[in-house]
Design a protein around this ligand. Structure first.
Ligand code: NCD
Ligand code: ZN
Length: 454
């Protein structure tokens, strides 16, 4: 068991967290008997995070500077116990065979759990894909690996097909008809990129989605960058995420192509206004959109460089540092990085309650470090957050077993490919392998989107 101050029932309490043989939390209380007692002292016990948006680039790992091994290792160090891997790979994950192949290749290589999304490209394929995927990703604009996007009249049938499956549907919401390619043609950086893929493109895409989304669709809008769009989605009761880059960075003169991401960084004051919404709990989920490209590719002229930046290892540490400096409340962060993502993904984790998996972090809030790319575990070798304050978890447990101890990875690469408990064909529990019945159920039967409305 772990003993110390823990985030339980919405507040920090001094408790003991009992962990069963099966890797679940068995009890929370005082003077628990049974297993070995590990007192975390001044540190705080939190549920480990979940990242609902990352790109691990399988199977072309060599060329694309990331793989499920290196991606999940960064997640482990960054306090993320489960990651959604997006399907815009080469080749894209558009068929059952490709998804199964990706799952086979991942076995024995995962430092944390992985959820595999399929690309939503053909309505007729949705029922079969829903029996193997953890969710769907719909790209409304061309993206790394998936081009062209569906024609506008195809979007409604795609969403209808997906709504029957119960699975989450993450949408990259930019309407390419609003793009102004010539505005981004030069090499004048993030300001031009924002002009080329302007706010109207995001606004129009989200407006269209809200009209096209059938009731019952487990819709989740990826990387919202605009305060007004966040407000719109919140009023509509829909789940959405913001990423650290859009919460903490802005478009401005002088930024090189490492700062090129889709959707673009916005000029001030969008980020600070989005941050205000995040810190007041009005952004339901924070997700990294970890999208690494090599330093060489990102050293190209702005117009020629690929979009995307790494972030799965740095998301939680950056935000834990914000908690320490009192610009973010711990309950807001735990809800956005653990509880709501777990509910969206239908996984029995994300809170410290009996029955949930003992996926836990031990965080010493006094241990602030300066982020340095060389100390991170990203093969791409760079971060947009160089020298930012960060707090890395000292310990990370997956099913009660230490995978990080003393700040170092000590796990056995035995993370699993998991699916929502409510996924079609998921023999409860929520694993593809279906071997551990004790993990059944998300521990809460909140309806889709309900977590976003709280
Ligand atoms: C992503 C990538 O590189 O895969 N890039 C990005 O800027 N976010 C693609 C995407 O999510 O659109
Ligand atoms: Zn992405």
């Amino acid at each position: 068991m772990l003993a110390g101050r823990a985030w339980v029932g919405g507040r920090l309490q001094t408790v003991e967290v009992g962990v069963g043989e099966d890797g679940t939390i068995t009890a929370l209380g005082k003077d628990l008997t049974g297993d070995r007692r590990h007192d975390v002292g001044q540190s705080v016990i939190l549920p480990s995070g979940l990242d609902v948006h990352a790109h691990f680039r399988e199977p072309t790992a060599g060329e694309r500077v990331e793989s499920v091994d290196t991606g999940t290792l960064q997640a482990a160090y960054g306090g993320i116990g489960a990651v959604v891997d997006m399907p815009n790979t080469d080749p894209p994950i558009t068929t059952v065979e490709r998804l199964e192949e990706k799952r086979r290749r991942a076995q024995g290589r995962l430092a944390v759990d992985l959820l595999l999304y399929a690309a939503l490209t053909v309505p007729e394929r949705v029922p079969a894909l829903a029996r193997v995927a953890a969710g769907f990703k719909l790209y409304l604009s061309p993206t790394t690996g998936i081009d062209p996007p569906p024609r506008p009249e195809r979007i409604r049938p795609l969403l209808s097909a997906a709504s029957v499956t119960q699975l989450p549907v993450a949408v990259h919401a930019e309407d390419p008809r609003r793009f102004r390619p010539t505005a981004g043609g030069g090499d004048d950086g993030t300001v031009a990129w924002n002009a080329a893929r302007p706010p109207e493109a995001e606004e129009a895409a989200v407006d269209g989605l809200l009209m096209d989304a059938p009731p019952g669709l487990r819709l989740h809008v990826a990387h919202v960058t605009l305060p007004a769009v966040a407000d719109r989605l919140r009023r509509a009761g829909q789940s959405f995420e913001a990423s650290p880059q859009h919460l903490l960075l802005s478009a401005g003169p002088g930024a090189d192509a490492r700062w090129k991401v889709n959707p673009p960084l916005r000029p001030p004051p969008a980020a600070s206004e989005l941050w205000q919404r995040f810190r007041s709990g009005r952004v339901p989920i924070v997700a990294s959109d970890h999208a690494p490209h090599s330093a060489e590719e990102k050293a190209r002229p702005f117009a020629a460089a690929p979009s995307g930046m790494p972030g799965v290892e740095t998301m939680l540490p950056l935000l834990l540092a914000r908690v320490r400096e009192s610009s973010l409340d711990l309950p807001v962060l735990v809800a956005a990085a653990a509880d709501r993502p777990a509910r969206l993904l239908g996984l029995p984790q994300g809170r410290l309650v009996p029955g949930h998996r003992a996926n836990l972090l031990v965080v010493d809030f006094r241990a602030v470090t300066q982020l340095r790319a060389a100390r991170l575990h990203a093969p791409c070798g760079w971060t947009a957050f160089d020298r930012w304050p960060a707090i890395f978890p000292a310990e990370h447990y997956l099913d009660g077993r230490a995978i990080v101890s003393g700040g170092e990875y000590v796990g056995a690469h035995d993370g699993r490919v998991v699916r929502p408990a409510f996924a079609p064909g998921a023999a409860r529990p929520a694993t593809v392998e279906g071997s551990e019945a004790s993990r059944a159920g998300p521990g809460d039967d909140a309806p889709p989107g309900a977590s976003a409305r709280r």
